[in-house]
Design a protein around this ligand. Sequence first.
Ligand code: HEC
Length: 134
Amino acid sequence: MAGQAQLFVQGEFMATSRKWVGKITIACAALASLAVLSASARAEDTGPATFKAKCALCHGPDGKGDTQVGKSLKIPDLGSADVQKESDAELTTVITNGKKQMPAFGKSLKSDQIMDLVVFIRSLAKKSAQRYAP
Ligand code: HEC
């Protein structure tokens, strides 16, 4: 009798654990597809679009600060050596916390978006280097 009960309990346990394995497998698959989704979102690179939407008003579409606001606030050319010599971390801090007349974007942008903006700012340097190359 006792042996039978034990067998039954064991069988029951196996069945439940199999159910759990199934659930965990589904959860893993869901997580994996989420990871793939966010990877493709990252690969999309939100930098140019975010810059156009949030920064171009002051910095101009090419980051040169050649705008009405840019001139009155004396905004530096983001592709210039002065800005480019700052580290990624420094640029991230400026965008997140602001600096003098430059507004803070830490609340309105996700850290991924700010990272993409830093990448975009780096691309501005490459462009002007190409333009001025002999
Ligand atoms: C309201 C106008 C305005 C907007 C919008 C704006 N900026 Fe600025 N930004 C400024 C000003 C003004 C400065 C110069 C700050 C100073 O005096 O050092 C600046 C400076 C910077 C610098 C250089 C900082 C340094 O240390 O040299 C970076 C990088 C920058 N902005 C990135 C951005 C990004 C990215 C966005 C969009 C998310 C943005 N800015 C939106 C006005 C603006």
